[in-house]
Design a protein around this ligand. Structure first.
Ligand code: CO
Length: 134
């Protein structure tokens, strides 16, 4: 089911400062900020030769990232995103295997304009997993 690693996401308290650090200190290529109100985040992507790093900060009142940053005030690794060919098939297989899908279980459109789903971290060794239909 799993395809390529699409990205690793890091939650940050200040996206502007994080972008500067990645650009100046790490000399990385970073995309322009993208607001995703449906996901409660603003994101940028650090473009690497073999994958991407997503930097995200909370957007709006009930952002899921706000609670994460309360527990991890300086930021931290938030999720990893794997590509799948068919997100509905993958979801149904995962549900049949006993895994829990976050939210209403329906894919939302993610930062790349493609459908995404999140899997419950307690079902995957404490790791929040995002699936993106490639
Ligand atoms: Co992501």
């Amino acid at each position: 089911m799993l395809g390529r690693l699409n990205h690793v996401a890091i939650a940050v308290p200040n996206l502007g400062a994080a972008v500067l650090l990645y650009r100046k200190s790490l000399e990385a290529i970073v995309t322009a900020p993208q607001r995703l109100p449906e996901h409660g985040v603003t994101v940028v992507f650090v473009e690497l030769p073999n994958t991407k790093i997503e930097l995200l900060e909370p957007l709006g009142e009930d952002s899921p990232i706000a609670a994460f940053l309360l527990k991890n005030p300086s930021g931290g690794m938030h999720h990893i995103c794997y590509e799948v060919e068919n997100i509905i098939k993958s979801r149904d297989h995962l549900i049949a295997s006993g895994a829990r899908i976050l939210g209403d279980g329906e894919p939302k459109i993610g930062a790349h304009g493609k459908p995404v789903l999140f899997l419950h971290p307690k079902d995957f060794f404490g790791t929040l997993i995002e699936l993106e239909q490639a």
